[in-house]
Design a protein around this ligand. Structure first.
Ligand code: 4NP
Length: 164
């Protein structure tokens, strides 16, 4: 299985989601079964390492961010099984690029899995880029909660029996 995490710049939120999801999948014993990457709908930071504030916040929780920014491309619809938008704008931007219904069906918003967001109409992971350090902590909280639930679902639906 292949999962792509997508935000705007691919230096704050989606590298964080990539790092957290990969870490949790390894802990669940699925490190070899599920590949995780990230991308941005904007191209300004292509080739860049994650924002230092995002890396520092993740590192304090034991998670290393390993990505280099890449831009989201139409080919990614073929390369990935599940494409996780960090906010509604990312989702809309990718939906506009989807070549067919199959591709569009791979698009989801990450906080659909956030147990604390149930019933909220706002499922965005807010962009922390122009804010302070607390924004990066809030982003991590949302991403960790969502990824925990997502990994549980992947275990139950794609790898039943893997915990026997
Ligand atoms: P991200 O944050 O989408 O979470 O990576 C941003 C980083 C950079 C920019 C926008 C958002 N930017 O405009 O450069």
């Amino acid at each position: 299985m292949r999962i792509l995490c997508v935000c705007l710049g691919n230096i704050c939120r989606s590298p964080t989601a990539e790092g957290v999801l990969r870490h949790r999948l390894r802990e669940a014993g699925l490190g070899e079964d599920v590949d995780v990457e990230s991308a941005g709908t904007g191209g300004w930071h292509v080739g860049h390492r994650p924002d230092e504030r995002a890396s520092a916040a993740a590192s304090a929780r034991g998670i290393t961010l390993e990505s280099r920014a890449q831009r989201f491309e139409v080919d990614h619809f073929d390369d990935f099984d599940l494409i996780l938008a960090m906010d509604r704008q990312n989702l809309a931007d990718m939906r506009a690029l989807a070549p067919h219904a199959d591709a569009e069906g791979k698009l989801r918003i990450l906080r659909e899995w956030d147990p604390e967001a149930r019933g909220d109409s706002d499922l965005d992971v807010p962009d922390p880029y122009y804010g302070g350090e607390q924004g990066f902590e809030d982003v991590l909280d949302m991403i960790e909660r969502s990824c925990d639930a997502l990994v549980e679902e992947i275990l139950a639906t794609r790898f039943p029996g893997s915990r026997d």
